[in-house]
Design a protein around this ligand. Structure first.
Ligand SMILES: C[S@@+](CC[C@H](N)C(=O)[O-])C[C@H]1O[C@@H](n2cnc3c(N)ncnc32)[C@H](O)[C@@H]1O
Length: 272
């Protein structure tokens, strides 16, 4: 239905008046009044949303992506669906594991996952890793994963963090950092602090594979204030480099999108 409102911009005033008249004639007054309410309400909501995003950027507000809000929301989340409420289709997930995750996480890697949630990607990372640490701002997620992967405790552990640090991870000890559906919700200031942590914990040549937003929240999806340009500048300013950046991938004849909101995956590398 939203497309109906978006498409209004493509019609002249004259056409809109004609369409309104025809709608009224064919559907009656109540239907037309309800349609008018929907139109006006949607337009207002769109404008409020855009103004919200601009105000956030101008005033440096955290919006809905502060560490406090993330902790609150994810601690209270119902993790029954295991994170698959964000999986568009089983084929997408299988393809992501085969074409994005596995080719970039070499067997035997020391892996840190940021924001494992209920372990949607963890179950694929632990078997590949020689050592795995899952770090999440939510103690609920740490409890869920600690229980779910209890059989792996000789090489896997889960820890709560402050939302921008990697506690207990030694300097220069990590091959791969993986984080999916997490940095989309983290503001630039905290991403900057995380990047300093990446530089600290990664081995020379080590990489971080990070799924993130690109439009500073303008495309919806409760995204953070980060744009691709700002993220790339931040990565360079922290002495790291972008090794790869993509918003989709090809699997045979099918092209899969990383996310619904023009999201990307950026592979960040520490110089070897
Ligand atoms: C949308 S869920 C995704 C969970 C999992 N990665 C997945 O794809 O199913 C977001 C996750 O990020 C965690 N999170 C949010 N902000 C964080 C932050 N600043 N640092 C670490 N974890 C964070 C949440 O607690 C939650 O586990």
């Amino acid at each position: 239905m939203k497309d109906l409102v978006d498409n209004r911009k493509r019609m002249s005033l004259g056409t809109k008046v004609k369409v309104l008249g025809l709608t009224l004639k064919q559907n009656g007054i109540l239907y037309t009044l309800l349609l008018g309410t929907y139109y006006a309400g949607s337009g207002l909501a769109d404008r409020a949303f855009e103004t919200m995003q601009k105000r956030r950027k101008k005033r440096g507000l955290p919006g809905l992506n502060s560490r406090d809000l993330n902790a609150e929301i994810w601690n209270a989340w119902d993790w029954e669906a295991g994170g698959d409420e964000w999986t568009p289709s089983p084929e997408w997930k299988t393809s992501l594991v085969a074409n994005v995750l596995k080719p970039r996480v070499p067997a035997g890697s020391v892996v840190v996952e940021i924001g494992p949630g209920a372990g949607r990607w963890t179950e694929h990372l632990i078997p590949i890793a020689s050592d795995y640490t899952g770090i999440d701002i939510s103690s609920t997620c740490v409890e869920v994963c600690s229980k779910k992967f209890a059989a792996e405790q000789t090489k896997a552990r889960f820890r709560v963090n402050q939302g921008n640090n990697l506690p207990g991870v030694a300097d220069g000890s990590v091959d791969i950092i993986w984080s999916f559906d997490v940095f989309v919700h983290i503001n630039l200031a905290d991403i900057g602090t995380y990047l300093e942590e990446f530089r600290r914990v990664l081995k020379p040549g080590g990489r971080a594979i990070i799924h993130h937003g690109t439009t500073a929240g303008h495309g919806g999806g409760w995204r953070s204030d980060a744009t691709t340009a700002e993220l790339n500048a931040l990565i360079a300013s922290k002495g790291l480099r972008v090794a790869e950046q993509f918003s989709d991938w090809q699997d045979g004849s099918v092209r899969h999108e990383v996310g619904l909101y023009r999201d990307q995956v950026t592979v960040i590398e520490k110089a070897g």
